[in-house]
Each structure stands twice: as structure tokens, then as C-alpha cells.
Design a protein around this ligand. Structure first.
Ligand code: ADP
Ligand code: ZN
Ligand code: ZN
Length: 743
């Protein structure tokens, strides 16, 4: 018998099957993970059997060995569906479904330890890939360790030994070469950080909750899709808890997805308090590889029947799936920004249909597309208009920053917001200030020639970080010392413009002497639990003001926070993206939802230069439906999703000439097919991407507006094959449908 095998690689030209003979002593089935000799590689390649047939037309070699973990048939089908839908290799998709660490070494000798050396990379992905390509690193074991760390940075030596064949000597050699560091870190193999003692039972549902619950729970064996549309605090989570409870009582499992950022112990604790730790597995990227492995096995063995996790938890090896819940379904984090660029909601919809289970989406500010589909009757809409615990929605004030300037107030804080903060300080209540920009000033400019200082690897203005006195690139992490003269005209007349969270904190300190503040942004949140530590500190030490970026927006519940200030609501509006208004409205509504979760009603102050913009004006009443009705007309008029789909074919290369050449060839190919086969699409010419250089790679894109269907999919998959058959040197092509980030 002959097996058709897919090799585990992202190389586009290898996204096909290769025939191998099945040795009689190996139990090979479709879905078996195998080792095979491949090309003239000295080490065996990993692969997966996707089909079995009688004979091959080629002269073939036998399969060399069988790996431990197999892929279930239905997950193999899912991977095929994803490769087709997201224009990537089947192997890329299968990797998401394998146990964390992805090799088959014996895993019984794991050692538990409290404080251990974690191994972390001291070079960037580019530098490491270059070093391997240029044979600076030659040893296969060293390459294995580096590649393992690229996926699992900050792993313990135990984990490295467990998941690669390397010994401590290999790691030491890499350390001497300057590729890695050893950092002493506390490691907790149990991701349930603190014990939950209290137990909770089902709350008595309000009428609105009961109606939503009844509708779903009486159809638990049907592949229905629901949208639970309810204001913040309307008790959506309580509905999920009771649905999951009912599913558990039937002996079935549930997957509950939440945005990465709201996977806090607070969220997890609510589930533990209701169902007990032993029934629950938690999966997210902040867990160490060992922890993820433990959780994965707990699910696979059927011990954990409730899986709570971020995006990738949709691929958990769940046994006997009965329900999928996706909270904050509008959140961007459900869409992967790296290959494979999948959307977890679409994967959930696939599982809903193939397994035959309900899918429950929830949000206070649904994605435009979901709400449109709900209005069209494709999704069942369940609405909750009132807060469950009778607390009132906050009052919202909008401050026009142009008036502040006219009145000579150059500070980041308007008169109104200053008064409100003072009132909160006087009453010992807490405040959150939201600013969607980290660093001290957004950029540094020469007053004489107008030059801004940019990253030399990306076409991006560097951000000033005052405490370190450095300029940083928020795209590639590149940094340099703050300049004292203009690199272009050598003038010393340098100024900083715009404002980030660091500057805001400094202004607050000087406006309110003696105030206690804490800052939460990508610079202060880096270590494993730091996000958590900041929030806990803010809560337990009753710190006056929390200053933060996007991270402060979601899911947290602070009873003593009665004031939220939005420093610049326009930051997102000026983003060249068709979703700008939607994002702005969503963010403002979510931020406002942080105020007044306790007894005292909340106040929100929104500062803006565009008070008349509907996304800002309507956030005053937090009237989502009115926003939807306005925005949907705009989308219709401009032919944007959900009325039309946008495909972005993004090409990049280190060589500008090569990029220009492949871009025009690809465009010619597409144009030819579009004209000859009478596609009803709008095909645009290749243009430089909004950020036309990132990490030394030049970028161009071709945009297509169309109504996505199988025929378009075929066109784009054809383009992908054509592109990689052009014998490109360094060029890459990524195709994305309605990408989250149009930059
Ligand atoms: P959402 O997920 O919609 O933001 P939650 O489920 O977190 O809402 O509920 C908000 C608050 O109301 C929580 O403190 C929760 O315990 C409480 N709550 C939810 N449902 C009820 C209910 N039926 N009776 C009393 N309190 C409730
Ligand atoms: Zn850069
Ligand atoms: Zn200058």
C-alpha cells in the first residue's frame, strides 16, 4: 500500500502530497504522523498521511517511522478547509492542532520546579533566520533549539530537553555565541494562580437572560448560531455559565473563547468557582510550553470538559464537543495576524456545522458583519437591554479639544476632565485614563527641515521613550539613543510632538501633586504575570489613577472606578481603514463600560477634536443600533464589507526591483483571468503598502473588491501558485480576505 504524505513545511512549492510505501510493520492510517526521508536532507522529515492508495506511478521510498500523536480525521479535514480558505499550506494549519512542542519524545520524565533558568532569545527572528541561512549556525541541534525558542521563547531547560533532542551543552554553546540568555524565572506549572475557595451556584436569571438561555438551551443538539447582544453588565457571562453547566451535565465539553487580554484570573476564577478546577483547562500564550502541554493533555484525556482560552484554543483536542461560546466576538484578537491568518470565529462556524453544536457569540458592540447577518436572519439575535444587577450605565460628557486650545489650555487634560479627576481624588474613588498610544511623545521632529526620525528598517516614525531616553520602532523593536541633532540637516532644533502614556503620566503627576498612578502599556507589561500584577496592585492598593493603552479597555471589573477619561478619541479615526469608525465606537463603549460597575454611578469624559463625528457622538448614549444604522449606510455607499469583500494580496521582498517585477507580473496574471473569465470584480493596480517597508522588506499590495465565493478563491489560489512558480528570490506573497489591519 502507498501513503500520500504532506511534509511539515511552510515552503509554498511543497504544499502537495508525496507518495511513500507503507512498511508492513507500521500501523499507518489517514491522519498518522510519520517520519520520512525527504530530498537529500540528512535528517528525516516530519509528515502526515492524508490518503492511502493501492499503488504509485513513481519510484518511491518507504515511510521510516511513526510518531506518537495522531491527527483525528475531522481535524485533517479542518486543516484542508483552512489551507484552502486562508491561502496557506495544510501543514501550517495542522501545526495548530498538534500538542504544544510538536515532537514525540517521551514526556513522563518531567520535573516540577519552582524557580528555574528560563532560556530566552537575545536576537530577533530575522537575525536568527539569517544566521541559519548563512551557516553561521550549522549544528542541527543548535538550529532545533533556536527554532523551538522562536515558537516558545522563555522555555525551561527541561522543556527544551523534552521537546528537542538538545542537551544543556547545546544551550551553553548558543549562549557563548550570543544567541540566547538564561534568565532566572519563577515557573508555575499550574496556571491557576490562586486558589478559589468560594463556590457559586446559578443565579436566578432576569427575564431577558431567561429568554436567551431558554432559546439556546432547548436547542443544544442543533447547529445554530446565536448572537447575544447585550450591554456591558447585562449578564451575558452568567448565561454562558449556565449553558456550559447544562452541557457539562450531559457529559459534553464546551469551548469558551475570550480575547487574549481578558484571560485574567478574574475571568477564569468565575468558571472555577462554578465548576471546580478539575473540570477546567486554560490555554493562552502567556503559559509556558510545559503548562500548555499539561493543559492540552488534560483536554485530550477528556479530564477537562470546559476549555477556556484565547483564539488558538478553538483547536484544542476536545472530546465530545457540545457547545462553543465566543465572548466579545468583535475583538480583533480572534483573527491571526501571522501565517496561517485564520479567523477563530470562522473555524468555530466550521466546527458548529461539522460536529453539529450551537455556537454562541456575545458582545455589547458586535462586529458590523455579525450584526448585519443577525438582521438578515442568518444568526439568531438575542438582545439584553438592561444591566443584570440594576446598576445604571455611566453618564458621558464629550469635550471639544479645539475649545480648550482656543482657551489657551495646551495640556493633555481638559478643564472638565481635570475637575472630575479632582472630585474623584477628593472622594477617594479611582480613575482610569485611556490613551491609545504608548511612549512619551509620538514622534520627534526637526523644527528646521521638518524631518521626522524614522526607523531605518521600516518606514515608520520612531517613538520617544523618555525614561530610557531612547527612540523605539513599535513595528520591529529596533531602538536607538535619542538624537540631539537632526540626522538630515544637523540642526539642534529638535522637538517632540504628540503624546503617549508616559507623557500623560508625567502631566498627571505635575497637575495633581502627590497623586498615586500606575501605568499599563506594552512597555510596563512584559513579564509573564505583569499585566495581572498591575491590575491587582491598582485594585488592592487603591491607587488613584490607572493610565493605559488598549489593554485597560476590556473585561476588568473594578467597583471603585467611577471615572474614565479618554484622552484622545480621534486616534483611531485617523487610521486609513474602513473599520475606523466601528473601532472608535467599540473602543469608546468598552472603555465607558469600565466606569461605575459598583454602587456609585460612573462618569466618562471623552476628549476629541471631532465631537460631531457619529462614532463619537453616538458613544454618548452608547446606542449601538443607532450607530449600526448610520455606519451600515456608509458601508453600502462605499461598497465596503459586509456588502463587498476586500482581498489584499500583499507582496514583500528585500529587493525593490524584484518586488516591482513580481507585482506587475502578478497583476498581469490576475487581469488576464479577470477579463477572460468575466469576473465581476474591481482589480486595482499594484501600489506601495501604507507602510511600504518593514524590517528591511519592501512591501506592495494589490487590492481586489469583490463578492467572495469559490470562484474568487480559485482565482486567488491560482495567483498564489503562479507567484511561487515565478522563481522569486526573496519575494513573499500573503493573501488575506477582509484583513483586520489594513496597514
Ligand atoms: P456581562 O458578561 O454582560 O458583562 P456579567 O455576566 O459579567 O455581564 O454580569 C454583570 C454583573 O451582574 C456581575 O456582577 C454578575 O454577577 C451580575 N449578574 C449577572 N446576572 C445576574 C442575575 N441574574 N442576578 C443578579 N446578578 C446578576
Ligand atoms: Zn522598525
Ligand atoms: Zn533637520
Amino acid at each position: 500500500m502507498v501513503a500520500e504524505v504532506i511534509i511539515d513545511t511552510s515552503v509554498k512549492t511543497l504544499n502537495k502530497t508525496f507518495d511513500y510505501e507503507i512498511p508492513t510493520d507500521l500501523d499507518i492510517k489517514v491522519g498518522s504522523r510519520v517520519f520520512v526521508p525527504f530530498g537529500n536532507q540528512k535528517v528525516l522529515a516530519e509528515g502526515i498521511v492524508v490518503n492511502i492508495k493501492e499503488a504509485s506511478e513513481f519510484k518511491i521510498k518507504p515511510i521510516a517511522g511513526l510518531q506518537e500523536e495522531q491527527i483525528a480525521d475531522d481535524y485533517l479535514e479542518l486543516a484542508k478547509f483552512m489551507a484552502h480558505r486562508y491561502f496557506c499550506n495544510i501543514a501550517d494549519c495542522l501545526r495548530l492542532m498538534l500538542p504544544p512542542g510538536r515532537t514525540n519524545k517521551n514526556v513522563d520524565n518531567r520535573i516540577k520546579e519552582k524557580k528555574i533558568n528560563c532560556i530566552s532569545l537575545s536576537k530577533t527572528r530575522e537575525e536568527i533566520e539569517d544566521a541559519i541561512e548563512n551557516k553561521i549556525i550549522k549544528s542541527q541541534k543548535q538550529i532545533d533549539v533556536l527554532e523551538f525558542l522562536l515558537d516558545n521563547n522563555n522555555s525551561s531547560m527541561q522543556d527544551i530537553e523534552l521537546f528537542t533532542d538538545a542537551t544543556a551543552a547545546v544551550v551553553t554553546a548558543l549562549q557563548k555565541k550570543g544567541f540566547i540568555d538564561k534568565v532566572p524565572t519563577k515557573v508555575e506549572r499550574n496556571p491557576f494562580i490562586h486558589k478559589v475557595d468560594k463556590q457559586t451556584s446559578n443565579l436566578e436569571l432576569t427575564d431577558e437572560q431567561q429568554a436567551a438561555f431558554d432559546e439556546i438551551s432547548s436547542n443544544l443538539n442543533t447547529a445554530n448560531e446565536y448572537l447575544v447582544f447585550g450591554v456591558t453588565g447585562s449578564g451575558k457571562t452568567e448565561i454562558y455559565l449556565q449553558l456550559i453547566g447544562k452541557t457539562l451535565a450531559k457529559g459534553k465539553s464546551s469551548i469558551m473563547l475570550v480575547p487574549e487580554i481578558s484571560l485574567t484570573p478574574q475571568t477564569v476564577d468565575r468558571f472555577i468557582a462554578r465548576f471546580g478546577e478539575e473540570n477546567i483547562a486554560v490555554l493562552h500564550s502567556k503559559l509556558s510550553i510545559g503548562e500548555r502541554f499539561d493543559q492540552w493533555m488534560k483536554i485530550k484525556e477528556g479530564k477537562a470538559k470546559i476549555i477556556i482560552g484565547a483564539r488558538s484554543a478553538i483547536f484544542a483536542p476536545v472530546q465530545n464537543l457540545g457547545l462553543i461560546v465566543i465572548d466579545e466576538e468583535h475583538d480583533e484578537s480572534y483573527e491571526s495576524e501571522s501565517n496561517p491568518r485564520y479567523n477563530a470565529i470562522e473555524v468555530a462556524e466550521y466546527l458548529k456545522d461539522t460536529v453539529g453544536v450551537p455556537l454562541v457569540l456575545g458582545s455589547a458592540t458586535p462586529d458590523m458583519k455579525s450584526f448585519y447577518r443577525a438582521r438578515q436572519g442568518e444568526i439568531k439575535l438575542l438582545t439584553l437591554k438592561n444591566r443584570a444587577n440594576q446598576s445604571t450605565l455611566p453618564t458621558v460628557d464629550i469635550v471639544d479639544l479645539r475649545d480648550e486650545l482656543a482657551n489657551g489650555n495646551k495640556s493633555m487634560i481638559s478643564e472638565k476632565l481635570r475637575e472630575e479627576i479632582q472630585a474623584n481624588l477628593d472622594n477617594n474613588q479611582q480613575t482610569i485614563l485611556f490613551l491609545n498610544r504608548r511612549g512619551f511623545a509620538s514622534f520627534v521632529m526637526c523644527k528646521d527641515c521638518g524631518e521626522t526620525i524614522k526607523c531605518d528598517r521600516c518606514d515608520i516614525t520612531l517613538t520617544y521613550h523618555k525614561y530610557e531616553n531612547k527612540l523605539k520602532c513599535h513595528y520591529c523593536g529596533n531602538e536607538r539613543a535619542m538624537v540631539s541633532e537632526c540626522p538630515s540637516c544637523h540642526s539642534k532644533n529638535i522637538t517632540s510632538l504628540g503624546a503617549g502614556t508616559q507623557k500623560l503620566e508625567e502631566e498627571i503627576q505635575s497637575l495633581f501633586p502627590g497623586v498615586s498612578t500606575i501605568r499599563m502599556d506594552a512597555d510596563t507589561v512584559s513579564k509573564k504575570n505583569s499585566h495581572e500584577e498591575i491590575l491587582n496592585k491598582f485594585k488592592t492598593e487603591n491607587i488613584n489613577i490607572l493610565i493605559g493603552t488598549q489593554m485597560v479597555v476590556k473585561g476588568h471589573d473594578f467597583p471603585n472606578v467611577t471615572l474614565v477619561g479618554v484622552i484622545a478619541a480621534d486616534n483611531d479615526l485617523n487610521f486609513g481603514d474602513f473599520r475606523a469608525s466601528e473601532r472608535t465606537f467599540q473602543t469608546l463603549t468598552q472603555v465607558a463600560g469600565r466606569a461605575g460597575r459598583g454602587e456609585v454611578p460612573g462618569r466618562v469624559v471623552i476628549q476629541t477634536y471631532n465631537p460631531e463625528h457619529y462614532a463619537i457622538e453616538l458613544s454618548k448614549t452608547q446606542n449601538y443600533e443607532e450607530f449600526f444604522d448610520t455606519e451600515i449606510e456608509v458601508r453600502k455607499a462605499l461598497k465596503y464589507p459586509p456588502f463587498c469583500d476586500i482581498i489584499v494580496a500583499e507582496m514583500s521582498s528585500k529587493n525593490k526591483n524584484e518586488l516591482l517585477k513580481v507585482a506587475s507580473s502578478l497583476h498581469a496574471y490576475l487581469k488576464d483571468r479577470v477579463i477572460n473569465e468575466k469576473f465581476g470584480v474591481l482589480l486595482y493596480s499594484p501600489v506601495p503598502s501604507p507602510i511600504d517597508k518593514i524590517k528591511d522588506r519592501y512591501r506592495m499590495r494589490i487590492i481586489i473588491k469583490c463578492k467572495y465565493d469559490e470562484k474568487i478563491n480559485d482565482l486567488m489560489n491560482g495567483a498564489l501558485n503562479t507567484f511561487y512558480n515565478m522563481k522569486v528570490l526573496t519575494a513573499r506573497l500573503a493573501i488575506e480576505l477582509n484583513p483586520n489591519n489594513m496597514q
